[in-house]
Design a protein around this ligand. Structure first.
Ligand code: NDP
Length: 245
């Protein structure tokens, strides 16, 4: 196992991409802490599946818009496992809609969950990380290509992660801590179901002509988290079926 003895924190690990990432990291040998927003039952299921793999698991409720809850999640994970090696900043909100219809509350919430929380999580997690740690941020293909209208707020929030990731890579490089950003294309989750209204439209923007599966994003996270990712930092990696091609 490549991640034996490592401890990971995955935000938004109760469903979708975060769930697949949490399970995959556990399969690779890591103990996994995860956050959720409101689906305590789903989070408990993921915890049970990780424990069934013989790994330790812990879940905590944390709205990304609540800075204190986010910071408490880091402290709780580090206390639970006695270490923290891998942070996956996955939790995010969709925040799509026509420019004229986005409210100030929409803007504040999207920036708090999609930008401020990953910043605070990285800041708090690196205080616990030993040399060789990993920060993996989940962005979006819409940060690379505004293929259709309605993405102004979402793309703004996800593009901010490019700056965060590069600056973290530069600052933490001397400690052997890497920071990278994955830009998923359309991935079949509750946020963006592959049988949803706009699914055919979105698939049409990809070179492969289909939605991705959460496990296909988790595979790249596992690559970055393991020893395989040790010389890869500051990068934005499109795992998008060619959406940005
Ligand atoms: P889902 O909506 O399927 O799952 C979202 C996860 O985040 C859940 O675990 C949810 O918890 C948690 N969450 C939701 N709202 C908040 C909040 N306010 N604060 C903290 N956690 C929250 O999303 P996906 O798996 O599709 O998306 C995961 C990431 O990937 C997001 O950052 C998203 O922007 C990005 N992405 C997704 C794409 C897609 O097509 N699916 C494409 C490109 C990027 P709970 O279960 O408790 O509600």
């Amino acid at each position: 196992m490549t991640l034996d003895g490592k401890a990971a924190l995955v935000t938004g690990g109760s469903r979708g991409i975060g769930e697949a990432v949490a399970i995959r990291l556990a399969e690779e040998g890591a103990d996994v802490a995860l956050t959720y927003h409101s689906q305590a039952g789903r989070a408990a299921d993921v915890v049970d599946r990780i424990k069934a793999l013989g790994r330790r698991a812990w879940a905590v409720q944390a709205d990304g818009a609540d800075a204190q809850a986010v910071l408490a999640a880091v402290e709780g994970a580090a206390a639970e496992f006695g270490r923290l090696d891998i942070l996956v900043n996955n939790a995010g909100v969709g925040a799509l809609g026509p420019l004229a219809e986005l409210s100030l509350d929409d803007v504040d919430r999207a920036l708090a969950v999609n930008v401020r929380a990953p910043f605070l999580l990285a800041q708090a997690a690196t205080a616990h990380m030993a040399d060789g740690g990993r920060i993996i941020n989940i962005g979006s293909c819409m940060a690379e290509r505004a293929a259709f209208p309605g993405g102004s707020l979402y793309a703004t929030s996800k593009t901010a992660l490019t700056g965060l990731t590069k600056a973290l890579a530069r600052e933490l490089g001397p400690r052997g801590i890497t920071a990278n950003l994955i830009h998923p294309g359309p991935v079949d989750t509750d946020m963006n179901p592959a049988d949803g209204e706009s699914a055919a439209f979105q698939s049409g923007f990809t070179a492969l002509g289909r939605y991705g599966r959460p496990s296909e994003i988790a595979a790249t996270v596992a690559h970055l988290a393991g020893d395989s990712g040790r010389y890869l930092t500051g990068a934005s990696i499109a795992v998008d079926g060619g959406f940005a091609a």
